[in-house]
Design a protein around this ligand. Structure first.
Ligand SMILES: Cc1cc2nc3c(=O)[nH]c(=O)nc-3n(C[C@H](O)[C@H](O)[C@H](O)COP(=O)(O)O)c2cc1C
Length: 260
């Protein structure tokens, strides 16, 4: 880092380091910000780059993809390869005539804390029972995917006829919900009961998606995970989805203090 500072400002790097307590950014030692020494950096841009470890980034050459020129699965591959890891909403639903259904959706997220609001997005390329069910019944459960249930989650991604109950098919417990009709996965350490508030169609009717928006009405969480309403992140062992069949564990945690 001193080399970088020295090259950029032609200053005396060792003197700079001696006068300042070194801090470690990544694997290299850097000196803390001293505005006086950074001549020619009136707005502090250079200093900020050094302080945030940006000054050592290698140069890069970016390939550009214009979406209108892409074909087949390429837009999907680019989008899902970059927004990673994606959380997985394991969605429980029920048809109007009472057949329970369970399937994973990684176009899924929490988009509001109050009201607690969740979205997931079934593709409309072929029939998705989950989408048909939430259109009909207007309710769904979210079952949190953790290490313990990841294999069972994967099993429920298989295509089954609409009259197949995937809870039973995967050997999972269909635990009754309190305020809605679709069941929850009894084996999951946390579940959320949701009521659909909107369904927004995205893209082409034949190969676009539908964004399902729902508000939580009940949370069920293993008491062992809780400190009040704070959820122990290490113990939760939530799973993230990457591209294709790749997943990650969310147990490699670190903290960064936010600026005031
Ligand atoms: C981890 C994972 C995430 C998935 N995410 C989605 C998704 O976001 N949207 C989608 O349409 N299909 C997704 N799928 C595929 C569906 O789970 C699969 O098509 C399933 O059979 C749909 O079931 P359903 O017809 O009962 O709703 C995903 C599959 C896996 C394994």
């Amino acid at each position: 880092m001193c080399e970088v500072i020295g090259r950029l400002i032609a200053g005396d790097c060792s003197a700079f380091r001696d006068r300042n307590a070194g801090v470690v950014v990544g694997a290299r030692e850097v000196a803390p910000f001293d505005p006086a020494i950074l001549l020619g950096d009136p707005v502090g841009w250079l200093t900020a780059r050094v302080a945030h470890g940006l000054a050592t980034l290698p140069s890069m050459e970016k390939s550009r993809f214009t979406v209108a020129d892409l074909t087949g699965a390429d837009p999907y591959k680019l989008a899902t390869g970059l927004v990673v890891p994606r959380p997985i909403g394991w969605i429980g639903s029920i048809s109007a005539d009472g057949v329970a259904n369970l399937a994973p959706y990684s176009f899924f997220n929490c988009v509001s804390g109050m009201p607690p609001t969740f979205v997931f997005s079934p593709g409309r390329g072929g029939r998705k029972d989950t989408l048909a069910n939430v259109r009909e019944v207007g309710e769904f459960t979210i079952n949190i995917v953790t290490t313990e249930v990841v294999e069972a989650m994967n099993a429920t991604a298989a295509s089954h006829a609409a009259d197949v109950d995937e809870f039973a098919e995967a050997g999972l417990t269909a635990a009754p919900s309190v305020s809605i009709r679709p069941p929850m996965v009894g084996e999951c350490r946390a579940n959320i009961e949701c009521v659909v508030t909107q369904i927004i169609d995205i893209g082409h009717p034949d190969h676009g998606s539908s964004l399902v928006i729902g508000e939580a009405v009940e949370f069920h969480i293993d008491a062992e995970l809780l400190d009040g309403t704070r959820i122990n992140q290490l113990d939760l062992k939530a799973i993230g989805r990457h591209v294709g069949n790749a997943y990650s564990n969310s147990t490699d945690l670190f903290e960064i203090a936010r600026p005031d």
